[in-house]
Design a protein around this ligand. Structure first.
Ligand SMILES: [Zn+2]
Length: 273
């Protein structure tokens, strides 16, 4: 129990750091310095007002200095990250796998919230994920080679590369035909764009799916690709009716689909077949 509490606290601290990333990366500011400050009055935040989850509660969501509202995103990201850390620990125990998936889930959290807040896809973060994923598959690959396994198909590094290419290719294929369809639709309706967009999927989505392939493999790419639209459906209908918009941030749904696939892949696959 003590270990879980410790991991929860550690996770919430990392969540606090992810909040900094979400706030600063789209603005191309350093994520290391300066320390945290209130975005409204720019006073630097004292350590005792910067305790994950608790400070938000004690301050009742307001800056101590200017009384400006602190975004609810801060405690939400801290809570999500802490919960991910504990659940992943229960699933994987202390291992390199745990580090690998903590990295993936942290990245999913950051790209999702950046998409929600800035409607931007941080492509270089997906590339960071791809490189990290390949790196994490090195260690188990070397371990297998050392134990005398030379079957290419069994090597994690090979699976990661296959997943990467498949993630890119599969998603790009859908983007290619989706774009042709949208072109056709726009010509038919004599419109220039749909709310400024002319693409079915962005290249950022393609990169994201490459990252999913590296971490989770070929089958998971297909699952994530087809689960995400179902998860997005509810909010899409809400956006069309109430916001009169067809555009929704899509990375949160791809991320959510990745989490669902990670935990329940075998059950979903055995349900389908
Ligand atoms: Zn302030």
């Amino acid at each position: 129990m003590v270990v879980r509490i410790f991991i929860f606290i550690f996770g919430s601290c990392i969540g606090s750091f992810l909040n900094v990333c979400i706030h600063r990366i789209p603005k191309e500011k350093s994520i290391v310095s300066p320390g945290s400050f209130c975005p409204k009055c720019e006073t630097s935040i004292k350590w005792y007002d910067n305790i994950p989850l608790l400070s938000y509660l004690f301050l009742r969501g307001r800056c101590r200095n200017c009384g400006g509202k602190i975004s609810l995103r801060y405690p939400i990201v801290e809570l999500i990250t802490a919960a991910f850390f504990v659940v992943l620990y229960l699933e994987l125990g202390f291992s390199i796998e745990l580090l690998k998936y903590i990295f993936l889930f942290s990245l999913l959290t950051v790209v999702s919230f950046i998409d929600i807040e800035y409607h931007a896809i941080p492509v270089h973060l997906c590339f960071l994920g791809i490189i990290a994923g390949l790196f994490f598959s090195l260690e188990p690959t070397l371990r297998l080679l050392k134990s005398g396994v030379f079957d290419l198909g069994a090597l994690p590094l090979y699976a990661a590369f296959k997943g990467l290419l498949f993630g890119f290719g599969f998603t790009y294929l859908f983007k290619f035909f989706g774009d042709i369809f949208i072109d056709f639709y726009l010509k038919l309706r004599k419109k220039e764009s749909i709310e400024g967009e002319r693409e079915s999927l962005g290249l950022g989505d393609v990169d994201f799916m490459g990252m999913v392939g590296v971490f989770l493999g070929v089958k998971s790419v297909v699952l994530v690709f087809f689960i995400a639209p179902f998860l997005a459906l509810g909010y899409s209908i809400f956006a069309i009716i109430f916001k009169k918009s067809h555009l929704i941030p899509y990375l949160p749904y791809l991320s959510l689909a990745t989490v669902v696939t990670f935990f329940w892949r075998d059950r979903i696959l055995s349900f389908i077949f």
